[in-house]
Design a protein around this ligand. Structure first.
Ligand SMILES: [Zn+2]
Length: 489
């Protein structure tokens, strides 16, 4: 009997762990509640901010129609920098260095598709929702220059000590100051006025089970958060998508149902100031006492979050919930917005931003600050416009540490071709310097290949099949070592 109970208890625990892993949960509601508990004035601020959103979206609609002169202002893609902070097990789980490159590339592709009405799964949108498939019009690209002007692949990785998936991470309750954003323990934000900062981390402790959390600019401007916190945190293994070319399904720990890159789509929605479709009111309708909604007209009243991948059984619609009828009025003629990226459904069950959601985000990013019609009543219009004004940050560049093919005088060392598409030749003067070995390392310092020194003047090393990027060639001579950077492309 005892054994049976233990078995039952064990399977319940397992079930709980699995469910916790497999439903979407973002930290915004919890964060707001914690901030309100600290200072009740925050509730008023939040309510005002939400109340200004419809006007901001409507303003953008007019702006788009009429302000052709202003709209001719050049807009670039938003430069994205991924700060990846993991332990070695998590790094492996992400697919290692090559997995991370694929994840970052595919994540940018997902953002561009979802924010520009180009997602292939829009075919799944029920007919009643087709008119509500909005186009945001914001583009994204990897940041290829860091704030000091150095070349960047668009991501940076810090591997912290520890091997357990639960020991390295961010607990929003016990770490009110997010350690992952402090340079000492994590990776600090890049200039928040020029870059969209995305941290890929683990959520631990009381935050275990979260997929993402965001610090908005409206919070920062109003003094509720620090500017160095601004940006988005996502669970490290939700980064990127298995659904795009080159992503090699089955490798790199992409875990369904959050394997299509929509966690960052959702959090980016928050970053550009839009909110959960059900209003974070724990099951109430907007007309109930204490009830709330997301402040937008075209997302129907909704009682609570929808999870999983609902089957849309209504002809042309989605699902109805307890807020369908307000008196004798049907408020959900085509169902609720559970297919919006701002609900809690699985990655494969969300396919759109509504036009109001799209217009609000566009008003934050695509309108010059101070453009006509921007008044205090319209809140934060133009707050992220500066993210679209730095095309130079997006241009792919070759690090200055990569020399064309200089010859080292003393040893006669020459490495060519550089850049290379696979084979590198290492020439030395074996008469002048005794070569012990040649070691090739990746940027994380891990050994990729090694060639033992012999009495010869040229060595060939094949890097074909390795991920593209920068490698370090370390030539160990009896008298000392010489290192060179090479670019595999
Ligand atoms: Zn959320």
């Amino acid at each position: 009997m005892k054994k049976l109970l233990l078995l039952l208890w064990g399977s319940m625990l397992l079930h709980t762990a699995l469910s916790a892993q497999h439903i979407r949960k973002c930290g915004m509601q919890r964060k707001h509640e914690a901030m309100i508990a600290k200072n009740p004035d925050y509730a008023r601020f939040l309510a005002n901010q939400k109340a200004s959103l419809q006007a901001a979206g409507d303003y953008y609609k007019q702006y788009k129609l009429h302000a052709t002169t202003e709209r001719s202002t050049a807009l670039s893609a938003v430069p994205v920098i991924f700060h990846i902070i993991v332990d070695s097990a998590q790094f492996y789980n992400m697919g290692g260095a090559s997995g991370i490159i694929r994840r970052c590339d595919s994540q940018i592709a997902v953002l561009n598709a979802d924010f520009n009405k180009q997602n292939a799964d829009s075919a799944l949108i029920p007919s009643g929702w087709k008119p509500l498939y909005g186009n945001v019009g914001i583009h994204f690209g990897l940041a290829h220059r860091d704030p000091s002007g150095n070349c960047s692949p668009g991501y940076e990785v810090r591997i912290l000590p520890g091997t357990s998936l639960t020991t390295v991470g961010y607990d929003i309750d016990s770490q009110p100051t997010p350690a992952e954003k402090m340079a000492a323990t994590g990776l600090a934000a890049w200039d928040v006025d020029k870059y969209y900062n995305v941290w890929c981390i683990n959520f631990t402790g009381a935050s275990n089970g979260l997929l993402g959390i965001t610090t908005t600019k409206s919070d920062v401007v109003a003094g509720w958060s620090n500017s160095w916190e601004m940006g988005v945190d996502i669970l490290y293994n939700t980064l990127g998508s298995t659904g795009f070319t080159g992503s090699a399904p089955g490798t790199g720990g992409w875990e369904a149902p959050f394997n299509l890159g929509r966690t960052l789509t959702h959090e980016t929605g928050h970053f550009f100031e839009i909110w959960h479709t059900w209003g974070d009111d724990d099951g109430l309708c907007p007309w109930n006492s204490g009830g709330a909604d997301d402040g937008l007209n075209d997302t129907p009243p909704e009682s609570d979050a929808q999870y999983g991948a609902p089957v849309y059984t209504l002809s042309g619609g989605t699902l109805n919930d307890g807020c369908k009828m307000n008196g004798s009025t049907n408020t959900q003629p085509v169902g609720i917005a559970c297919l919006s990226y701002m609900d809690y459904t699985d990655d494969n069950a969300m396919q759109l931003f509504t036009p109001d959601q799209a217009n609000v985000m566009a008003s934050m990013v695509l309108v010059p600050v101070g453009g006509s019609g921007t008044t205090a009543g319209e809140g934060t219009i133009g707050e992220h416009y500066n993210l679209t004004q730095n095309p130079g940050l997006l241009v792919v560049c070759t690090p200055s540490g990569v020399e064309a093919s200089p010859t080292e005088t003393r040893s006669g060392l020459r490495i060519f071709p550089n850049p290379t598409s696979g084979v590198i030749n290492v020439a030395v003067n074996s008469q002048a310097e005794k070569l012990i070995d040649i070691v090739v390392l990746d940027l994380l310092g891990r050994q990729v290949t090694v060639a033992k020194g012999e009495s010869k003047d040229q060595y060939s090393l094949d890097l074909g099949g390795m991920s593209k990027g920068i490698y370090i060639v370390k030539c160990n001579f009896a008298s000392g070592s010489i290192t060179r950077k090479i670019l595999l492309q």
